[in-house]
Ligand binder design. Structure first.
Ligand code: PLP
Length: 386
């Protein structure tokens, strides 16, 4: 029985293996950058980063300066760290102090990096995502030239980000973005062969080798989730995270009685309900009310009634042997017996993507680390960098 009211068990061996699996897609010499922003997509940034490095990632990417600092402070000093997000001047100084590479796309950005003491920059072309970066190829080249000409600033990379890599029927948008970027990258690489050119997220890695360039930036697939929202096992990805709770109470609910706020479940026959002490305060979203399944004793049971902040109820059926299930472990994401619930299944029910399911897990849920069947060090410092 799980002692925790809610627990996210993370298999670092799966992260390591997913990285090796992604690397097997890459030509020799192409580097893997593991994206560990947002606390490693909810899996724990430092533990995930260590496992990714053990699986062959030479780079780590985050969105913010504090995320870069967290990795360095945990002793991850060897891998290059790229901060991909927008940075205020103060954040830029913090990112550079953490010895991170940063992203630029205006000449002013280059001056700001120089003003903050210098550092390595990656020029971002907005080839169609419409977020950070410049849409203007000329400007991108000028920013690169400015970086080259500015003392203390090292032009380290050239990058873009795809908007529809995960949408296989995108009317050719992915191909057009790739073409726009490849033309620019080809031209600048001819003049500056040392530049690291990178574009691909997980979906692009699995979709098109032409998108790999010198490095790929993978997040979702590192954690064993499918970038296309499909069954991860179909692309040989192994989900790293299991979410469990336990049956804190089992009680009879007579016909006509209800469970939860708003009486959104009313029994139409005598049945047993199990109460699990996990709720939207843990990131198990309220939109899963009457709209999820939970595994207990290797079988699927419907979540019934409203998800509250700290509890959910599941229906165990009319058999009074259900009373014996009190204290039994319950799996909300993961495998029990022959049954399996994936983050993709939950995302589908919520009308969202798997990324949001694991990112939504709140700090109240302890992350417990293991490697296959063996426990792993629980403090980031307890595991050494490979
Ligand atoms: C700029 C950038 N590159 C790479 C990634 C990784 O994407 P994915 O998790 O789909 O592999 C992200 C994630 O959002 C990103 O913002």
């Amino acid at each position: 029985m799980s002692a925790d009211r809610a627990r996210a068990s993370i298999d670092l061996g799966a992260i390591e293996r997913n990285c090796s699996r992604l690397r097997s897609e890459l030509r020799t010499g192409v580097q893997l950058c593991a994206v560990v922003k947002a606390d490693g997509y909810g899996h724990g940034a430092v533990h995930s980063a260590r496992a990714a490095v053990a699986g062959g990632a030479g780079w780590l990417a985050v969105a913010t300066a504090p995320e870069a600092r967290e990795l360095r402070e945990a002793g991850l000093s060897a891998p290059r760290v790229l901060v991909m997000g927008a940075l205020t001047r103060a954040e830029l100084a913090d990112a550079l102090a953490a010895d991170a590479d940063v992203v630029v796309w205006r000449e002013q950005d280059v001056q700001d990096v120089a003003g903050a003491g210098g550092g390595r920059v990656h020029v971002k072309l907005d080839s169609g995502m419409g977020r950070l970066g410049t849409r203007d190829v000329e400007q991108a080249s000028q920013v690169l030239a400015a970086a080259e000409a500015t003392p203390g600033v090292e032009p380290a990379g050239a990058m873009t980000h795809f908007a529809t890599a995960d949408e296989l029927h995108d009317d050719g948008f992915f191909a057009r973005q790739l073409d726009t970027f490849a033309r620019w990258a080809g031209a600048i690489k001819a003049a500056q062969p040392q530049l690291l050119v990178h574009a691909a997220n997980s979906a692009a890695v699995l979709r098109d080798r032409a998108a790999h360039f010198d490095m790929v930036r993978c997040g979702i697939a590192v954690y064993g989730m499918d970038p296309f929202g499909e069954d991860p096992s179909a692309r040989a990805l192994r989900p790293a995270l299991e979410l469990t709770s336990y049956l804190a109470e089992v009680k009879l609910c007579r016909a006509g009685e209800s469970a939860g706020y708003g009486r959104r479940f009313v029994a139409d026959h005598d049945t047993y309900l199990g109460v699990l002490p996990i709720g939207y305060g843990d990131g198990w979203r309220r939109a899963l009310s009457n709209n999820a399944e939970v595994l207990v004793g290797g079988r699927r049971h419907p979540l019934v009634g409203t998800v509250s902040m700290d509890n959910i109820t599941i229906e165990l059926g009319a058999d009074e042997r259900a009373l014996r299930l009190r204290g039994e472990s319950a799996t909300l994401i993961g495998v029990q017996g022959g049954e399996r619930i994936t983050a993709e299944d939950i995302a589908r029910r919520l009308g969202t993507i798997n990324y949001e399911v694991t990112c939504a897990l709140t700090p109240r849920v302890p992350r417990v680390y293991h490697r296959g069947s063996a426990p792993a060090g629980q403090q980031p410092g307890e595991e050494r960098e490979a």
